[in-house]
Design a protein around this ligand. Sequence first.
Ligand SMILES: [Zn+2]
Length: 236
Amino acid sequence: MKRTVVASGLRLEYTLIQSSRRDVLLQALPEAGIRVYAPKYMRLRDVDAVVREKAGELTRMQRDVEARLAENRRAHPVVDGSPILIEGRRCALRLHEGPRRTGRLVGDEYHLTLPEPDDDAAVRAAIKSTLSVMALKRIRERLDFYIPRIGRAPGRVAIRDQKSRWGSCSAKGNVNFNWKLIMAPPPALDYVVIHELCHLYEFNHSPRFWALVERQQPDYEAWKKWLKTHTEDLYL
Ligand SMILES: [Zn+2]
């Protein structure tokens, strides 16, 4: 859940993750922003108070991770031959100059065409836009596969450049998916598709919800864990 606090005139947005832990854990992640893990029973205003108290430190942590990410990008520009993860496979990026941004996976090579193949930021943007198209296609296929099995269909389906979430389901039954799921192994993508479809029955993370997920994917916990531990590999 997204929350905002104001501390000494600064607006600080954070993602709250209520968990079974007994203390509060604060994290600053590149692209994903500030994450706060707090015990389920803790009142929201008490969590806000902790965040407000640590606002200065969190802002500094955030600035440091963003600087590290920028530095990393400078040190490792995306060039012809760079590795790129697609559907869990390590592929090689092949850059071509052309008037339109297009991407095509041929064996273990991802052929990317764009007007500015020498511009690192343009290459990253083209990877994102072309892989988003591939992600939407694959997610629609997997939705078509799981909808009859789960028995409910979502409303609108969209791909988002979500920084800290793999997918989400609104109260109206619209679902969003992170484009980076196309980089993950197919069962990890399936896990997120199943997860969001199961929210159409159970709009929570209760044991009943997890039982529905497990019925579709008995080893879902392994893929859930994969997504949690490989977030950093999927930064672009
Ligand atoms: Zn969920």
